[in-house]
Design a protein around this ligand. Structure first.
Ligand SMILES: Cc1cc2nc3c(=O)[nH]c(=O)nc-3n(C[C@H](O)[C@H](O)[C@H](O)COP(=O)(O)O)c2cc1C
Length: 412
């Protein structure tokens, strides 16, 4: 029987395997952030600042991490975030990722800029499917895409709004791993030095469908990744406003999520436009480099808008404990971006399944250690937030219940 762990016991080990397998420039495209990578690093540092309070002698022998999201049951409190490059990590990587998500009973989000057509994903992957939309200035083209997603049976639309202009990622310009992709001596050498990726991914595309294309773009724009995807005017989406979201609300009959919210006021705007959910996200530190960490913004968004819409979150999640922290702060679910991308780069569908499995094991363990049997039992009192004094750590106690005993003094 093959080893389902693939030799990786955490996401960092899957990342190391991914790094060995794919060309350096492509790995950097996935792994790194924008400019000085302040947001990228802070996304992780913010999790480290938040601590979990262990609880003792609670019967946690029957545990479940199932949740109900948008009226539907799912087995874990996570979903797969849209990542345009999944199809470059592995041959038909989006399909591998979608299949692993379906097997785990969690939703998969297909990105507008993916290499596999949405109809193929809907026909072959099964499971719960969300479609991510980048709105284009040519509204009618965006609306055509929305209609295609509806006809293909996608159950939710995720509209990404944090890219009025694209993030500044200088290393991509240096390596040539840009959109469109441009051949340079440096990146051709890089590709040749990664024969497993060359044979298993690029050559397979060349032998079947040719150079990977943006299969979800309208036919006339379905260019290869080496060609400019569209005219400059199509690339600009810095004129979009909340009115565009209102129009989408009118034409999309199912769940509508707005991805890329940090400011609580923007979450309220999304609610005013009729969105069902916001995804608190800084795009994994890939766009605005001085953006706060979503895990820090999350409680503010929940306080402002949590009664009016569902609040989901992503960016920087690498451990089950990170997921537990977000749920305790009021998120209804967490999206994984790079964690599962490393998984497919390391081993296709099995690698994605391993990444999800690592989260499943870690969430289960942490749930038990904080004394909870179910996700609904997680609350802010499970957390020790930066600035919490020793007494704040005891919030929730009734007067008298505490009876004067101090931490560390009860057994003197
Ligand atoms: C390589 C890569 C490609 C991405 N492509 C998209 C995309 O096409 N659309 C989108 O809304 N977000 C995209 N994202 C952002 C993710 O959906 C998500 O917000 C982010 O990866 C979360 O951070 P994490 O990678 O630290 O989990 C991309 C992220 C990565 C790493």
């Amino acid at each position: 029987m093959s080893d389902h762990t693939l030799g990786a016991y955490n996401i960092a080990e899957l990342r190391a395997m991914a790094e060995r397998r794919v060309p350096k420039g492509l790995f950097e495209f996935v792994d790194r952030g924008s400019e000085d990578e302040i947001a990228l690093k802070n996304n992780r540092a913010a999790f480290e600042r938040i601590k979990l309070k262990p609880r003792a002698l609670v019967d946690v022998s029957k545990r479940s991490q199932a949740i109900t999201l948008f009226g539907r049951d799912q087995r874990m409190p996570i979903a797969i975030a849209p990542t345009g490059t999944a199809g470059l990590m592995w041959y038909e990587g989006e399909l591998a990722l979608a299949r692993a998500a379906a097997a785990a009973g969690i939703p998969f989000t297909l990105a507008t800029g993916s290499m596999t057509a949405m109809e193929k994903i809907a026909g072959e992957a099964g499971g719960r499917l969300w479609f991510q939309l980048y709105m284009w200035p040519d509204r009618s083209m965006s609306h055509q895409l929305v209609e295609r997603a509806r006809l293909a049976g996608f159950e939710a639309l995720v509209v990404t709004v944090d890219g009025a202009v694209s993030g500044n990622r200088e290393y991509n310009l240096r390596s040539g791993f840009t959109i469109p992709f441009s051949f340079t001596r440096r990146n051709v050498t890089d590709v040749l030095m990664h024969p497993r990726w060359l044979a298993g991914v690029l050559a397979r595309y060349m032998l079947t469908t040719g150079m990977p294309r943006y299969q979800n773009y309208p036919t006339e724009l379905r260019n290869r990744i080496t060609a400019a995807p569209m005219g400059k005017s199509m690339m600009r989406n810095d004129s979009l406003t909340w009115d565009d979201l209102r129009v989408l609300r009118k034409i999309w009959p199912h769940t509508l999520m707005v991805k890329g919210i940090i400011h609580p006021r923007d979450a309220l705007h999304a609610a005013d436009c009729g969105a069902d959910a916001v995804i608190v996200s800084n795009h994994g530190g890939r766009n605005l480099d001085s953006s706060p960490a979503p895990i820090d913004a999350l409680p503010h968004v929940v306080d402002a808008a949590g009664k009016r819409l569902a609040v989901l979150v992503d960016s920087g999640f690498r451990r089950g404990s990170d997921v537990i922290k977000a749920l305790a702060l009021g998120a209804q679910a967490v999206l994984l971006g790079r964690a599962t991308l490393y998984g497919i780069a390391a081993g296709g569908e099995a690698g994605a399944a391993r990444a999800i499995g690592i989260f499943r094991e870690e969430i289960d363990r942490v749930l038990a250690l904080v004394g909870c049997r179910a996700i609904a039992e997680l609350q802010r009192d499970c957390l020790w937030m930066p600035g919490d004094g020793i007494d704040n750590g005891l919030t929730g106690l009734q007067t008298g219940e505490y009876s004067g005993r101090r931490w560390g003094r009860s057994h003197t």
